[in-house]
Design a binder for this molecule. Structure first.
Ligand code: AGP
Length: 584
C-alpha cells in the first residue's frame, strides 16, 4: 500500500518536486520511499528507508517524466528491496503501486517458472514482470487489470516512451492538468499547488498520460470521458487527505480498512496461527489501551468455540500472569504500532519461559512483528492520529477471523462461516460508506449535550469493551472524563452521579435488552441525559451481526468524541502530552 505521485511535462523540471507531493501523502505510508525518472533513455531509481517527511530523497536532476511512491509495508518487510519503484528483469519499466494484490503468489510462481528474476518479496513486483517486453503498453495494462485481482492502483514508466501509464483497479488515482504538465496522485488535495483541475480516474480504467493529453479507457478498451474536479485545498488540509483532522479522516477510512484487513489475511499464516492457538496449554491476550479493548472483545469470540483466554494489560502481565507462562503457553500480543514497550517487554519475558508469540500488528517492520514466532497483519493503513480508530475496528476483524480458524480445528466452526463473515464485513463496509456523513452530522448535533465535566458510557456483553473504548476516545479526543461501565453495574451506585447532570451514553446490547430498557427507565425517572447508540437510537448505528456490533457501535462513539473535541477547539490528533506509541 502507499501513496503515488508522478509527473510528465513538456520540458524538464526538478525531479525533487516529487518529494513535495509525497510528503502530502505521508498518511498513506512512511516505511520507505522511492523515485524513478527517465534520463538519457535510461531509468534512474532512488530509494530511501523511513519517513519521507523526515528524510527527503536526494535528487538534483531535472526530467520530463518521473514517478514516486511512499510505502506502507503490507506485503513484505519495509526494506530497500521492497521499496517502490520496482522494475522488470531488463530495468526498462518502473512501477509504483498502492493497494494489495490477492493472487500474486500464483502469478509470481508462473513468472519465475518462465525465467523472470524477482528481487523483492512484495506483491507489486509481479506487475513490471507482467509488462516486460510489451509492444503495446495500453493493451498490456488492460491485460494486467483483467488478470491481477485485488484492490490497487498503479503507475508506470518505461524507457520506450515518454508517457505515464496509470491503472485504477479500486484504489484512487487523480490526474492534475496544466498546460505544460500532467501530475498523477493518490488523492486530490496533494495536487494543490501543482494543478487547479484534475481528472478523477474511474475504477477499472487505464490512463495513458502525456504532457499535453490524457486518454482514459475502460476495461474493454473503449475511451471514456471522466469527471474533472477543481483542486482547491488549504495546505494544512491537503496533508490530511482533505479532512480537517487525521482522526476524522481515519474514521472515514474504516470501511475500506475493514475490507483490506480481511482480504490481507493469508491462508497459510492463519492456519499456522490458529493451529498454535488451538494446541496451546493456555492462551494470554495482551495489549494496552485500545489494543487491550480489542483483546477483550475477542474473548467473546473465543468463548463461542469454548476456548478460555486470559486478556491482560501488557503493563500488568509481567507482575501477575507471567508466572503461569511455560512451554506450551501462547501469547497473542496486540499492538497497532508494534512498538509499545509494555508489549515488547512482556513478549520477551514470555519467550524466555518457552511461550510461543503470535503478534497482531499494523506495522510490518515493527519490533512486535520481528519478535513474534508468527504474526498477522492488521492492514488498516497508517494511522496518524493519536486516538486510534481504524486500527481498532480492523484488529477486531483479524481477531474474529483468527477465532473462526481456531474453531475449524475443533470442529466448532466450518468454512462456510468464513465466507459468511466476508460478506457480512463487505455489507457493513458498504452501508458505512453511505451512512458516515449522516452519522457525522448526528454526532455534531449531539456533542453539546455531552459537553459536561464527566460522563458514563455503558453497555453489556460483547459491547461492554466498546464502552471502555469509547471512554478512552472521549479522554483523548475531547479531554472529557468518561467512564466505561457495565450496564447492570450502573444501577449499583454509579447512577447517583447522573443526578449531577453526568450524561450517559447507552449502547444497546445484543443480548440483555430487558436490562437496557430497565436502565433507560431508571435514568429517565431521574430526568437525566441519555444518548442512545442503537439502530433506532439518537446515534444510529448500522445493523450488524452480533460479532460485528462492536465495530458498528464504536464508530458513533468515535464521532461523538471527535465532535466534542472540535467543539472545544482541541488539538484532537495530538492530545497534549500523549504520543502515538508509548515506547518508554
Ligand atoms: C488509543 O487511542 C491510545 N492512543 C492508546 O491507548 C493506545 O491504544 C495504546 O498506547 C496501545 O498502542 P499500540 O496499539 O500501538 O500498542
Amino acid at each position: 500500500m502507499g501513496g503515488i505521485f508522478a509527473f510528465v511535462c513538456k520540458d524538464s523540471i526538478d525531479v525533487s518536486i516529487i518529494n513535495k507531493g509525497l510528503k502530502k501523502l505521508i498518511y498513506r505510508g512512511y516505511d520507505s520511499a522511492g523515485i524513478a525518472y527517465l534520463e538519457d533513455d535510461s531509468l534512474v531509481i532512488k530509494k530511501i528507508l523511513g519517513n519521507i517527511s523526515k528524510n527527503e530523497i536526494s535528487v538534483s536532476d531535472k526530467a520530463r517524466v518521473a514517478i514516486g511512491h511512499t510505502r506502507y509495508a503490507s506485503r513484505g518487510w519495509p526494506t530497500l528491496e521492497n521499496a517502490h519503484p520496482l522494475t522488470d528483469c531488463n530495468g526498462k519499466i518502473a512501477v509504483v503501486m498502492d493497494g494489495i494484490l490477492d493472487d500474486y503468489e500464483k502469478i509470481r510462481e508462473d513468472l519465475i517458472a518462465k525465467g523472470h528474476k524477482f528481487v523483492s518479496t512484495t506483491d507489486a513486483e509481479v506487475i513490471p514482470h507482467l509488462l516486460e517486453n510489451s509492444t503495446n503498453y495500453l493493451n498490456s495494462s488492460l491485460n494486467v487489470m483483467k488478470r491481477v485481482k485485488g484492490i490497487y492502483s498503479l503507475v508506470f514508466v518505461t524507457i520506450d516512451i515518454d508517457k505515464i501509464f496509470a491503472i485504477n483497479s479500486g484504489q484512487p488515482l487523480m490526474i492534475g492538468i496544466t498546460q505544460e504538465c500532467k501530475y498523477v496522485s493518490s488523492d486530490l488535495p496533494s495536487l494543490s499547488g501543482f494543478a487547479e483541475n484534475a481528472i478523477i480516474m474511474p475504477e477499472n480504467t487505464v490512463a495513458v498520460i502525456s504532457w499535453n493529453d490524457v486518454q482514459v479507457y475502460n476495461i474493454e478498451g473503449n475511451e471514456v470521458k471522466p469527471e474533472i474536479k477543481r483542486v482547491k485545498y488549504k495546505e494544512e488540509i491537503a496533508e490530511k487527505g482533505g479532512f480537517p483532522h487525521f482522526m476524522l479522516k481515519e474514521i472515514y477510512d474504516i470501511p475500506q480498512a475493514l475490507i483490506n484487513s480481511f482480504n490481507s489475511l493469508m491462508e497459510k499464516y492463519l492456519s499456522l496461527a490458529s493451529m498454535i492457538v488451538y494446541g496451546a496449554k493456555n492462551v494470554y491476550i495482551i495489549g494496552n489501551g485500545t489494543s487491550l479493548h480489542a483483546g477483550f472483545i475477542s474473548s467473546y469470540y473465543f468463548s463461542e468455540i469454548s476456548l478460555n483466554v486470559n486478556v491482560v494489560s501488557a503493563a500488568e502481565f509481567p507482575y501477575y500472569a507471567l508466572k503461569n507462562v511455560t512451554t506450551g503457553s501462547v501469547i497473542i500480543a496486540i499492538s497497532q504500532s508494534g512498538e509499545t514497550s509494555d508489549v515488547i517487554r512482556s513478549i520477551k519475558m514470555a519467550k524466555q519461559r518457552g511461550a510461543v508469540i503470535l503478534g497482531i500488528t499494523n506495522s510490518v517492520g515493527s519490533r512486535l512483528a520481528l519478535e513474534s514466532n508468527v504474526y498477522l497483519p492488521i492492514t488498516a493503513g497508517p494511522e496518524m492520529a493519536v486516538p486510534a480508530t481504524k486500527t481498532f475496528t480492523s484488529t477486531i476483524v483479524v481477531l474474529k477471523v483468527l477465532s473462526l480458524y481456531t474453531g475449524l480445528h475443533s470442529g466448532k466452526n466450518d468454512r462456510s462461516e468464513i465466507s459468511s463473515l466476508k460478506s457480512e464485513i463487505e455489507e457493513l463496509a458498504k452501508q458505512l460508506m453511505v451512512r458516515l456523513p449522516e452519522m457525522e452530522k448526528e454526532a455534531e448535533k449531539l456533542a453539546p449535550k455531552l459537553d459536561k465535566e464527566s460522563l458514563y458510557i455503558s453497555s453489556s456483553g460483547i459491547n461492554y469493551p466498546i464502552a471502555l473504548e469509547g471512554a478512552l476516545k472521549f479522554k483523548e479526543a475531547s479531554m472529557t472524563h468518561a467512564e466505561g461501565i457495565q450496564l447492570g453495574e450502573l444501577l449499583h451506585g454509579p447512577i447517583v452521579l447522573t443526578n449531577k447532570g453526568y450524561p450517559v451514553i447507552l449502547i444497546k446490547p445484543v443480548e440483555a435488552e430487558d436490562l437496557y430498557n430497565k436502565v433507560i427507565r431508571s435514568i429517565k425517572e431521574r430526568g437525566d441525559v441519555i444518548v442512545t447508540v442503537a439502530e433506532d437510537g439518537d446515534m444510529k448505528s448500522i445493523k450488524a451481526t452480533r460479532d460485528l456490533t462492536p465495530i458498528s457501535n464504536v464508530i458513533p462513539l468515535h464521532l461523538l468524541a471527535y465532535k466534542l473535541g472540535v467543539r472545544k477547539g482541541l488539538p484532537i490528533d495530538t492530545p497534549p502530552g500523549l504520543v502515538k506509541a508509548v515506547i518508554v
